[in-house]
Ligand binder design. Sequence first.
Ligand SMILES: Cc1ncc(COP(=O)(O)O)c(C=O)c1O
Length: 405
Amino acid sequence: MSLSQIARSIKASPTLALNEKAAILREKGDPVIHLGGGEPKSRAPMDALLAAVNSINTGEVRYAPADGIPDLKKSIIRYTEEYYHRKVNPENIIASSGAKQALMVALQAILNPQEEVIFPVPYWVSYPDMIKLCGGIPVPAPAEDGTFYPRLKDIEMRVGSYTKAVIINSPNNPSGAMYSKEFIAEVVEFCEKKDLYLIMDDIYHRLVFDGKKPFSCYDFTKLSVENSKIIVINGVSKQYAMTGFRIGWAVGNKKVIEAMANIQGHQTSGPSVLLQKAAVGALNGIQSSVESLRVTLENNRNILIDLLSSFNGVKVTKPDGTFYCFADFSAYEKDSNKLSQFLIDKVMVLTVPGKEFGMDGYLRISFCGTIKDMTEGIERMKWALDPNSPNELYIGDRKLVRDWS
Ligand SMILES: Cc1ncc(COP(=O)(O)O)c(C=O)c1O
């Protein structure tokens, strides 16, 4: 069988593969703890559920326009005004099947083969493969000082004649780092000066802690949305706990949005009307679920940081937002794939290897699950990794024996 060059260059999504692995182990009856997940466990907002039910009850579920239904665009216009301080028009918006598809059609709309896209390290696992799917070249930009907080020079030094775009994801998956206003202002100014697209992946933008407030990249440009090459990506998946609804969107200039809609129109058509209605319900309805999720996550973050700080040898940077902590386990094992596999095999704890995010030696540990799972998961990891641990560990009535050093 001969597959395309592009197909051969693309890996399976490691986070989705991990979800499958957890499901298979659970089905076998193994007491797995999944600390690698990327979705909040709270219920979707009632307004979202009611809107979807009302829509299905009409019995008329038809095709949607390729760029989204007018009601959802109206909600996104209001949302953009509230959180981005910009008045946009329906032509500046496209609704897609998740932020993932919005990102993908944005890249397809702007990239020619061999053009480069720069993004800070650590990065969301899908960026390199999405760029490759468009024939482009991913250019990861590690911070020179080794932190999770890049500086403009880390990006600047990688810009060349093939550079087409920069992707910024803040707060960041996997590090939880929220980049400073100064940094975002510099990147906005720099991309304008160099005439580059700037894709702001804001999927976690309201999930921030310690009194931090989400801010808008448009606050740092004098250009109108129409004249700007900023493309803002957002959606209901994370902050409204609606990952399975698959609704995301992009805001940008008319031309780029039209190109994205043309592409999406041929690929999938518009996202399901039912799910778009649910997103309208979430965006227009009572907003308390977002704050309550944010508070829960902040509390979970604090507990996880406490648990990890009792772990000799693990270096932790406190996440400013999201629901991920990216901890340095290199004192135990430098190969994060090996370490992650070891933890699954020995104590049935799932974490995501840092290598997938561009930093080996790290593990991504999620704090969107229950406190019980986090506490027990970290206890098991400690037992497996600390050579001074007792010889045995009981998980329910299952006895594990430490037969490694
Ligand atoms: C940084 C980032 N961007 C985009 C997405 C995709 O979001 P969605 O589920 O809406 O497609 C994710 C999901 O994990 C993410 O972490």
